[in-house]
Design a protein around this ligand. Structure first.
Ligand SMILES: C[S@@+](CC[C@H](N)C(=O)[O-])C[C@H]1O[C@@H](n2cnc3c(N)ncnc32)[C@H](O)[C@@H]1O
Length: 415
C-alpha cells in the first residue's frame, strides 16, 4: 500500500492528521457532543479504553474550555481526566494515565481511588476487543467491556452525570439498553457520521445518572472473570433474586426419558383419547380418496395384492411392513364384520371407523391404478395415491387420537 493511499481513502483519517488528533475516533466524540452536548459543565472525566488517546485529547481540550469559562465567573477547580487502557499510551498534558484491564477489579479500584471522595461528571468508553471474526464472541466481549465500564461508572459518576460508551448494535442489544435504563432515565443510541456505515459500532449516550434507591456499587465481579464471587453479600435492591421452585421429586417419572410400555409391572392397555379431534387434518384426504374410488371403481377386490415394486416406488421411505399391516387390518376388519365381532370389528362397525376402512380400501384400489398408469392424469393419481398412503400410514404410526383411526391403529399394531 502506498504511503498516501489511506489518506486518499479515508477523509477522517486525513483530517485527524491535519488537525493533530491521535486517531480518527476523535471526530466520533466531537460529533456525539455536537448532537448531545455531553461536555456541558463537565470538569472531571474518565476515559476508559483510551489508547492511543484521541478521546483523551478531546476531553482535555473541551474540559479546559469549560475551565476557562468557569474562571470568568469566579474561582473554579482545574479539570481532572483519568485515562485507562490495556496498552501503554504516550503522555498527554492534563491527563492521568493508568495501564490496566478495565474488567479487572484492581484496575477498577485504581480508577476509583483517583476520585477519592469526589465524583466524575462524565465517563466515556470507546473500548473494543481485538475482534476475532467470530461475531457472537466479539459482540459478547464488547458487551462485557460495556458492563465493566458501567460498573466503574456506578462507583464514580455523580448523580446526574453522563455515560457514553461504544456498543455493537447486534441482535440482543435491547438487553443492554434495558440494563442501562436501570441507571439512566435517558438512553440514546447514536451513530456519528465518522463511524463507518459498514461497522455495527454505535454509541450509547446515557444521561442523568440515577441509580435505583438503595443501590450500592460493588465490586463483586459482574463481568468476565473466573473468580467465584459471594453474592450473599448483596442485599436489598442490590440483589434481585427471582425464586426458582422445583416441583415434584425424584420418585416422579423423568419427562426427558423413554419408558417401556409395560412399566413397573403394569401391563400396557390402550385407552381411547378422552377428546377426539373435531376436524383432523387427514379427514379431507379420506373424503377425496372415497370420491375418487366411487368414480373409478365400484367394487373392492380384497384379493388383489400390492406388487413389491409398486409399493417401493410409491412410498420411498416407508417401511414395507406398514403396507402389509394396513392390508392385514383391511382383511381382518372385513372378515370380522361378516363373522362374530372382535374388539377391532366392533370398532369397524362404528360409523366413524367405517370412514377409515373406506379410506384404506380406496388406498388399496388406487394402488392398482398407480401400477398401471401411463398417461399424465394417471400420474396425478399416482401422486394422490402416494399422499393418501402417507396420510394413512402416518396416522397409523403416530396413533392419532381419533376414533376413526382405530383401524389404522389396528394396522399399526400388526407391524
Ligand atoms: C478503538 S481503541 C480506542 C481509541 C481511543 N478512544 C482513541 O480515541 O484513541 C480501543 C481500545 O480499547 C482497549 N481495550 C480493549 N479491551 C480493554 C480492556 N479490557 N481494558 C482496557 N482497555 C481495553 C484497546 O487496548 C484499545 O486501545
Amino acid at each position: 500500500m502506498g504511503k498516501t493511499s489511506k489518506d486518499k481513502r479515508d477523509i477522517y483519517y486525513r483530517k485527524a492528521k491535519e488537525e493533530g488528533w491521535r486517531a480518527r475516533s476523535a471526530f466520533k466524540l466531537l460529533q456525539i457532543d455536537s448532537e448531545c452536548q455531553i461536555f456541558d459543565g463537565v470538569s472531571k472525566a474518565v476515559d476508559l479504553c483510551a489508547a492511543p488517546g484521541s478521546w483523551s485529547q478531546v476531553l482535555a481540550r473541551k474540559l479546559n474550555e469549560n475551565y476557562q469559562e468557569a474562571l470568568k465567573e469566579g474561582p473554579a477547580s482545574p479539570p481532572k481526566i483519568v485515562a485507562v487502557d490495556l496498552q501503554a499510551m504516550a503522555p498527554l498534558e492534563g491527563v492521568i494515565q493508568l495501564q490496566g484491564d478495565i474488567t479487572n477489579t484492581s484496575t477498577a479500584e485504581q480508577i476509583i481511588a483517583h476520585f477519592d471522595n469526589t465524583r466524575a461528571d462524565l465517563v466515556v468508553c470507546d473500548g473494543a476487543p481485538d475482534v476475532t471474526g467470530l461475531h457472537d464472541m466479539d459482540i459478547f466481549i464488547q458487551s462485557q467491556l460495556l458492563l465493566a465500564a458501567l460498573n466503574i461508572a456506578t462507583h464514580i459518576l455523580r448523580p446526574g452525570g453522563t455515560f457514553v460508551a461504544k456498543i455493537f448494535r447486534a441482535k440482543d442489544v435491547s438487553l443492554l439498553y434495558a440494563q442501562l435504563r436501570i441507571f439512566f432515565p435517558y438512553v440514546y443510541c447514536t451513530k456519528p457520521s465518522s463511524s463507518r456505515n459498514s461497522s455495527i459500532e454505535a454509541f450509547v449516550v446515557c444521561k442523568d445518572y440515577s441509580p435505583p434507591e438503595g443501590y450500592e456499587p460493588n465490586m463483586l465481579n459482574p463481568w468476565l472473570t473466573e473468580e467465584p464471587c459471594d453474592f450473599e453479600k448483596l442485599t436489598g435492591v442490590n440483589r434481585v433474586v427471582v425464586p426458582f421452585v422445583v416441583c415434584g421429586d425424584l420418585s416422579q417419572p423423568d419427562s426427558d426419558m423413554c419408558y417401556p410400555l409395560n412399566y413397573e409391572g403394569k401391563e400396557y392397555k390402550y385407552h381411547e383419547p378422552v377428546q377426539t379431534p373435531i376436524a383432523p387434518p387427514y379427514e379431507e384426504a379420506l373424503l377425496i380418496s372415497r370420491r375418487r374410488a366411487e368414480k373409478n371403481v365400484s367394487t373392492f377386490d380384497d384379493s388383489t395384492d400390492f406388487s413389491e415394486i409398486d409399493v417401493e416406488a410409491a412410498i420411498e421411505h416407508e417401511n414395507k411392513s406398514s403396507i402389509s399391516g394396513i392390508k392385514w387390518a383391511l382383511n381382518s376388519a372385513s372378515n370380522n364384520s361378516d363373522n362374530q365381532p372382535s374388539t377391532s370389528a366392533k370398532t369397524v362397525q362404528d360409523e366413524d371407523s367405517g370412514e377409515a376402512i373406506d379410506g384404506l380400501q380406496n388406498l388399496y384400489q388406487l394402488d392398482i391404478s398407480v401400477s398401471d398408469c401411463s398417461t399424465e392424469n394417471e400420474y396425478k393419481d399416482e401422486s394422490l395415491a402416494n399422499d393418501m398412503k402417507r396420510v394413512l400410514i402416518v396416522s397409523a404410526n403416530n396413533d392419532f387420537d381419533n376414533e376413526s383411526n382405530t383401524v389404522a391403529k389396528t394396522a399399526n399394531d400388526a407391524l
